[in-house]
Design a protein around this ligand. Structure first.
Ligand SMILES: [Zn+2]
Length: 118
């Protein structure tokens, strides 16, 4: 629990506080190291991991249950949506998101092909 001093009134406040609770002065300029929470590339990472998971499931030779197809569709859709959001909002980790979207897209296409062929 690191404490910092307010830029406006010099009272102690927690380092993660965006503004001073005493005088309302913004504290962003003091936080030098950590990027804001919204800047983490988690969307791209999740998109990529789900995309890889779906992609690998495609090469699983075992017979597919309906639940497997449903789960694969859900994972691929989630991966696609997260990746597209990440790319649209120009978040860090866009390379991961693009790879995730590509793999999820291929997986979805194969899935649609499998369902329509059966
Ligand atoms: Zn203050």
């Amino acid at each position: 629990m690191a404490m910092v001093y307010c830029r406006g009134c010099a009272r102690q406040l927690h380092e993660t506080a965006p503004t001073c609770p005493q005088c309302g002065a913004p504290q962003h300029a003091t936080s030098s190291t950590k990027p804001a929470g919204g800047e983490s590339p988690w969307m791209g990472i999740v998109s990529l991991m789900l995309g890889i998971l779906c992609f690998m499931t495609l090469f699983d030779d075992s017979a597919w249950e309906d639940e497997t197809l449903l789960g694969l569709g859900l994972f691929a859709s989630t991966s696609l949506i997260l990746g597209v959001i990440s790319i649209n909002q120009n978040k860090p980790g866009n390379g991961l998101a693009i790879a995730g979207v590509v793999m999820a897209g291929i997986s979805l296409l194969c899935l649609v092909g499998l369902i329509s062929a059966s």
